[in-house]
Design a protein around this ligand. Structure first.
Ligand SMILES: [Zn+2]
Length: 104
């Protein structure tokens, strides 16, 4: 019996994902991470259940657009993000990520 290490498992996974898909996966993971670290929702007592993250849509839109551009994603993806959020982008050229004020 051969035990696979994490790196072997990743190698196998990498072979099945076309290279062009990586930027999209990075964007999805990055958006998810942004929502988790900027979640405004407070777990409800007494269950302490955490529901869907609640984030400022203007900041999420700004972060998503910035990351899409950094990842050189196609214009269609940028348009999709712009259309997904019916709000202005960020706040006067900035958005908030945790405690940091980020220039767009
Ligand atoms: Zn905001």
């Amino acid at each position: 019996m051969i035990l696979k290490t994490n790196s072997q498992a990743l190698e196998k996974q990498n072979k099945t994902i076309p290279l062009g898909v990586y930027p999209y996966l990075v964007l999805i993971k990055d958006i998810s991470s942004f929502m988790q670290r900027n979640n405004l929702a407070v777990p409800s007592a007494p269950t302490k259940e955490v529901g869907q993250p609640i984030v400022c849509e203007r900041c999420l839109k700004a972060h998503s657009l910035k990351r899409a551009q950094e990842l050189s994603l196609p214009r269609a993806i940028v348009n999709m993000i712009e259309n997904r959020f019916d709000c202005p982008v960020g706040h006067d050229g900035y958005y908030i990520d945790e405690d940091e004020l980020v220039k767009m």
